[in-house]
Write a protein that binds this ligand. Structure first.
Ligand code: SF4
Ligand code: SF4
Length: 135
């Protein structure tokens, strides 16, 4: 669930407000988003992924963590390197390696064994649900 908007890092670009599918944020008078409807957050991480300056933190807990949790403490989250941590993990942001290239799940790396002119020749995916034999 969304827990933190860093007012010091935010550049008031409105991107998180626009991408949130459940309209969790309001734009504050200073342009900094306000978490106005936290209970509507569906923990999709989209806002954090799109924030260009790593100013957001979505905790992996699907309920509010409470004010006494380190996951609601901007300093603690920043010290742990978790502000924008999801965005970093998936490889979004200049100079980062795309998460799909680091992924160890062969299903995401492999080209599915179905012909498609815009894809390379289908790979053999051994021992996976995609490896259907021709019938
Ligand atoms: S995690 Fe998803 S639902 Fe929650 S505030 Fe961010 S974009 Fe909205
Ligand atoms: S996407 Fe990031 S920088 Fe842009 S308004 Fe939201 S928190 Fe601020």
């Amino acid at each position: 669930m969304i827990e933190i908007v860093s007012a010091t890092a935010c550049i008031a670009c409105d991107v998180c407000i626009k991408v949130c599918p459940t309209d969790v944020f309001d734009r504050g008078e200073d342009g900094i988003p306000v978490i106005a409807r936290q209970s509507d957050c569906q923990t999709c991480f989209m806002c954090e992924a799109y924030c260009p300056v790593d100013a957001l933190y979505v905790s992996p807990v699907s309920d509010p963590v409470g004010a006494d949790s380190p996951h609601a403490d901007e300093d603690a989250v920043a010290r742990a390197g978790l502000l924008g941590g999801y965005r970093e993990m998936v490889g979004w942001g200049r100079g980062r390696t795309a998460g799909s290239l680091l992924d160890r799940n062969p299903l995401l790396k492999a080209v599915p064994p179905l012909p498609e002119s815009r894809l390379p020749i289908p790979a053999d995916v051994v021992d996976s649900p995609w490896n259907h034999s021709a019938q």
